[in-house]
Design a protein around this ligand. Structure first.
Ligand SMILES: C[S@@+](CC[C@H](N)C(=O)[O-])C[C@H]1O[C@@H](n2cnc3c(N)ncnc32)[C@H](O)[C@@H]1O
Length: 554
């Protein structure tokens, strides 16, 4: 076998238990996943996470930053967030002003919503929150607020609902209001909105209009991208530089970008925006791997997960010689390593992710079931989409796409996307704008009367979907190891304090030392048949105790 093929084969193989052990032990040093260990489960389930300490009901079992994450492009209109940690930035005024200016309704001449109707809407939210102690403010179900709905329509145009799959795998629940409608879904028929006066929008944007109570929800100031692009903003210089060093310097289309071909990069990004946002996240995996491979002995745990210090480094991430980047051997301080060996080392964190070839992993739309020709055509079209995206990415990376050819092969690229497809990957962050209007709603009647002349027209202009959550695609090293159970002992759930893109798992009940930590990828209140049908999308038949019992009664 040629070396190139051998490297591709190594990149797509499931890591040995020893490699897995080494990686997750190194990850422990970061403090992420304290009280958890990763090991093989057996029964064909692959690896899973196990408690190494007792967790009580409601305890956070895991709080973990993403390894890579990208906000959906369409969502950038609705939520201005740090492109590294995904906190909302700027101010409540800026968030509202942006939504109004970028998403301003046309004057429709329709009657305005009555104040009562607006209040009722907010009350419904408060009502559902009050029923759950843990849920305070808009922390309620942030993981799940209508994200399936929103991303299902907003994500890509390929129409096979890959984001729906992502949400399901994340164990995300879609919150329903009393009428069975999704909270905070982007309501495109929301044409009862009354446009805000342009001068109000301008004043919100330039900071001259201060909203009552907004100082109670301060947001970090906007920090620009180091490369000068308008795509990414940050909450701090630290986040800006971590993102820059981790991947963005090769994916930035700004004037100080280090991308090989920014024009080609724009082509790649336009293609992702028009087809599937997963490609943006996949590009981060590729860029991060190239940047790590350029160094001699990249640390096994990427610096940004380890608080700025790479862990498990052999050579502490020194820059490789430029000769190495062009295809020769690097020799620095006695280290001799070929580009392809460097690539394999750099790939290590991503090799841990559960993968499948994208077009094989995607669930076939139900209407194609039992129609093999249509299904084959459907899968071929996904393969074509994947190939189209890869060609553009290769062009954007120029010579390095040759140096690290296995990384730019369809075999590897399709599995990177398959990894996003099959893991726990929805990125959802609650909007502080929702908290803001809830705080207004909780004022006394007297206080409310004073502020409503300012806040009511804004709510009328924003309409029913007055706040929008940040949504995107992410990959989490540990959360992605959580296996499914129809009676899970943990759930993905964002509390009020969880204001960034970290994954959060909470214990559903006491979890004993040695127990596997499981979440539900699907709506576990469904019937046995429906659960099995939904799980078929993930390529396995659930044999949890509940399913075994239900199968006997069915
Ligand atoms: C997000 S990954 C979970 C971690 C995975 N076990 C690993 O080794 O990385 C999802 C995949 O794990 C496997 N899996 C998860 N829960 C399972 C279950 N209850 N029974 C069988 N396989 C399961 C399936 O192959 C599924 O596609």
């Amino acid at each position: 076998m040629e070396k190139m093929d051998r490297v591709v084969a190594k990149m797509v193989e499931t890591p040995s238990p020893q490699r897995m052990q080494r990686f997750y032990s190194a990850l422990k040093v970061t403090g992420i996943g304290e009280g958890l260990v990763v090991r093989d489960v057996g029964e064909g389930k692959g690896k899973g996470i196990f408690a190494s300490k007792t967790f009580e009901e409601g305890d956070p079992v895991l709080i973990e930053p993403p390894l890579v994450a990208a906000q959906d492009t369409a969502n950038k209109v609705d939520a201005l967030v740090c492109a590294h940690c995904f906190q909302y930035v700027g101010s409540i005024e800026l968030q509202i002003g942006r939504r109004l200016s970028l998403n301003q309704p046309q004057a429709s001449g329709r009657p305005a919503e009555t104040p009562e109707a607006e209040t009722l809407d907010l009350d419904k939210r408060s009502g559902s929150e009050a029923s759950d102690d843990e849920v305070t403010g808009s922390g309620q179900g942030t993981n799940g607020f209508g994200s399936r709905e929103v991303t299902g329509s907003g994500q890509g145009t390929n129409g096979f609902g890959s984001r729906e799959a992502i949400d399901k795998v994340n164990g995300l629940e879609t919150e329903l209001d009393e009428e069975g409608e999704h909270y905070c879904e982007v309501d495109e028929s929301d044409d009862e909105r009354i446009p805000a006066p342009p001068e109000t929008v301008t004043a919100l944007l330039d900071g001259t209009l201060k909203l009552p109570l907004s100082e109670q929800i301060p947001l970090p100031a906007v920090v620009e991208c180091l490369g000068g692009c308008s795509e990414n903003v940050y909450c701090s210089d630290t986040c800006a530089s971590i993102s820059w060093e981790a991947h963005h310097k090769l994916l930035c289309a700004g004037p100080r970008s280090e991308a090989a071909d920014t024009e080609a990069l724009r082509g790649f990004r336009d293609f992702a925006d028009g087809s599937n946002n997963i490609f943006h996240a996949a590009a981060q995996v590729v860029a991060a791997t190239v940047l790590r491979a350029r160094k001699v002995g990249a640390p096994i745990i990427p610096e940004h997960l380890a608080g700025g210090v790479g862990i498990g480094s052999e050579g502490r991430g020194r820059r490789r010689s430029s000769r190495a980047v062009t295809g020769g051997r690097a020799s620095e301080g006695g280290d001799e390593i070929s580009d392809l060996d460097a690539l394999l080392r750099a790939w290590e964190p991503f090799s841990m992710g559960w993968k499948g070839v994208w077009w094989e992993s995607v669930a076939c739309p139900p209407e194609m079931e039992g129609r093999p020709e249509e299904e084959a055509e459907f899968r071929a079209s996904i393969r074509e989409l994947c190939d189209g995206s890869l060609q553009l990415l290769r062009a954007a990376f120029g010579r390095e796409a040759e140096t690290y050819r296995p990384l730019f092969s369809l075999e590897v690229y399709s599995r990177i996307i398959g990894m996003f497809e099959l893991n726990n990957l929805a990125l959802v962050v609650q909007s502080p704008v929702e908290n803001y209007f809830l705080a207004i709603d909780e004022l006394s009647e007297d206080e409310k009367r004073k502020v409503e002349p300012v806040t009511k027209p804004l709510l009328d202009a924003l309409g029913r979907s007055y706040s929008a959550h940040c949504e995107g695609t992410a990959f989490y090293m540990l959360q992605s190891c959580a296996n499914h159970s129809c009676a899970p002992n943990a759930r993905a759930f964002k509390r009020e304090q969880d204001v960034n893109g970290h994954a959060v798992l909470l214990a559903n009940r006491r979890i004993e030392v040695g127990e596997e930590v499981t979440i539900s990828y699907i709506d576990e209140s469904d019937s046995y048949i429906d659960r099995q049908r939904a799980l078929a999308d993930y390529g396995f038949v659930c044999r949890c105790l509940r399913c075994l019992t239900d199968s006997l009664n069915d």
